[in-house]
Ligand binder design. Structure first.
Ligand code: TNX
Length: 521
């Protein structure tokens, strides 16, 4: 290796010393233009920085104390400063204000001003302030993400941002059914999602290989149906208290949980738990393989509908968010007419429990309720049933499998994941427009995007990290930033700049060769 190459790698090696021995680079001012998703408008004030110091306080308007506390906790951990939180307005410091933002920022946007004297985030509501502190987080030196106290200094680059999302629905899905993930792993993922302004977490709570949420009226679902996983591991399930912990952890970060009970297919775990749910009254064995399309609830039995009513009833009562996902995908073992009739009844049941139905786009083969959302997971840019539904008013969540599926391999050498929808490296994940992807579907029919992570091959948080990073931030940017900002060359630079932060955070990201990671890969 040449001396030059060695020198080029030096900052990276120094970074690897964090948090044990913080390097000089820890204090480097973050470039203003590296925020992901890219803000709607931002203007850097060259040469100006705000320094977080031992006397920095966070001032919060009434109602924003929780958000202020989250910011203060982040700062305290790595700066070691006291960072008190108090009522606005203060002099200097960081202010979180619920007044003064331009109306254009809407419910989720914010304005951020960093001057030498202060940092001020303004929004019209709490979600906007929460998004604003994520931008501020990304503008802090990467050492702020260290788990232990670092020496600083803590400069924030000066400038002005006005920012708001393109789409109201920016989601990520975690399949906790194929492999079970404990509450702590889900909370860790939520923290990662929030940094990129994702506001929905879809939990795929049941599938052939496991039922992961305790249902009091049908206890065997969790205790037996949840007792294994793909490959035959021990499985697991969330108690209702566990689920509520996830829901409130997410809600405190302005993330809404969308629970999914997949039906009528993907139901072997339920069918194995209760023999009467089967048309022939015989419970199949638990399943630990990875085939799809072989199971179906018995659409002709009334018991099936009281089962759904009770399951949905309990889940709806535990879920403050507006949505309940009924799956509906790959029901290859349900006759088409039975499928349509089943989905139509299931929708009524969900609506009766006060929730809006979400289904995989297969549900457009039934008769979607006017409020039902269809989640597109196909690999083509044309789908007749989806197009007709959209023209009749159905709103879509875009998760094309060959773009947005985080379980697809990056390339043939990726050790985890699948490849049925193709390889998805970062450029492919980023290179599409959710608002103009499907032929005959207008942008106005698109509610947003979601990046699903199926977990047949994924078993640990490190695996989640590896598949989600760096593609999740690409999907997040498609969901948040105006399409007029879409530019691969600019995006890959911003994305690369996140690498040192992920390193400090302990995120096991894939060092895609498409990105030049600062200091090398
Ligand atoms: C298809 S996409 C599925 C899932 C699998 C996934 C694996 C969809 C709605 N269903 O059951 O886990 O492929 O990539």
């Amino acid at each position: 290796m040449s001396i030059r190459r060695l020198l080029a790698l030096l900052p990276f090696f120094l970074l690897t010393l964090l948090p044990a021995g913080p390097p000089a680079t820890a204090a480097a001012v973050v470039a203003f233009g590296t925020v992901v998703p890219v803000p709607v408008t931002s203007t850097v004030t060259t040469g100006v920085t705000y320094g977080i110091t031992a006397s920095t306080a966070v001032y919060a308007d009434p109602g924003a104390e929780g958000i202020a506390e989250r910011l203060a906790a982040l700062l305290r951990r790595s700066t070691g400063y006291p960072v008190p939180v108090s009522a606005a307005p203060g002099v200097g410091g960081v202010s979180l204000l619920l007044s003064g933002a331009p109306a254009t920022v809407g419910a989720e946007g914010y304005q951020l001003d960093v001057t030498a004297a202060s940092i001020v985030i303004r929004a019209t509501g709490l979600a906007g302030l929460s998004n604003g502190i994520q931008t501020l987080h990304q503008l802090l030196p990467v050492a702020v993400d260290a788990a232990t106290v670092q020496p600083g200094p803590w400069p924030v680059p000066g400038g002005h941002i006005v920012d708001y999302p393109r789409f109201g629905y920016r989601g990520a899905m975690l399949d906790v059914a194929r492999h079970f993930f404990p509450v702590s792993a889900v909370e860790r993922y939520i923290d990662q999602l929030v940094l990129y302004k994702i506001n929905y977490l879809h939990l795929h709570l049941s599938d052939d290989q496991g039922w992961r949420i305790a249902i009091n009226s049908w206890p065997n679902l969790a205790t037996y149906g949840g007792s294994t996983a793909v490959g035959g591991g021990a499985g697991g399930y969330y108690t209702q208290a566990d689920y509520q912990r996830i829901v409130s952890y997410a809600a405190a970060r302005f993330v809404t949980v969308v629970p999914e009970i997949d039906m009528p297919g993907h139901t072997n775990a339920a069918l194995a738990s209760y023999a009467p749910l089967n048309c022939d009254g015989v419970a199949p064995p638990l399943y630990t393989g990875t085939d799809v399309g072989f199971s179906s609830l018995c659409t002709s039995k009334e018991l099936t509908y009281s089962f759904i009513d009770q399951v949905v009833g309990e889940l709806a009562a535990l879920t403050p968010g507006p949505y309940l996902h009924i799956g509906g995908d790959e029901a290859a073992s349900t006759a088409p007419a039975d499928y349509a009739a089943f989905i139509n009844r299931a929708q009524q049941i969900v609506a009766a429990h006060g929730k809006t139905v979400v289904g995989w786009h297969d549900v457009t083969k039934a008769t979607p309720l006017p409020s039902t959302l269809a989640q597109y997971w196909g690999t083509t840019t044309r789908d007749a049933a989806v197009q007709t539904a959209a023209q009749n008013g159905t709103k879509l969540i875009m998760s094309p499998a060959n773009r947005a599926y985080l379980d697809m391999k990056y390339n043939s050498r990726t050790p985890l994941g699948q490849s049925w929808a193709g390889y998805i490296d970062v450029k492919t994940a980023y290179g599409w427009d959710p608002g103009a992807y499907l032929t005959g579907v207008p942008a106005s029919a698109v509610l947003g995007v979601e990046a699903p992570l199926w977990t047949e091959t994924i078993t640990t948080s490190a695996d989640i990290d590896y598949m989600a990073f760096p593609r999740l931030p690409a999907i997040a940017e498609l969901g948040w930033s105006p399409y007029s900002t879409h530019n691969w060359t600019a995006f890959k630079q911003r994305l690369g700049a996140q690498g040192p932060r992920w390193h400090v955070m302990g995120v096991n990201y894939y060092h895609s060769a498409q990105i030049s990671w600062p200091g090398g890969s």
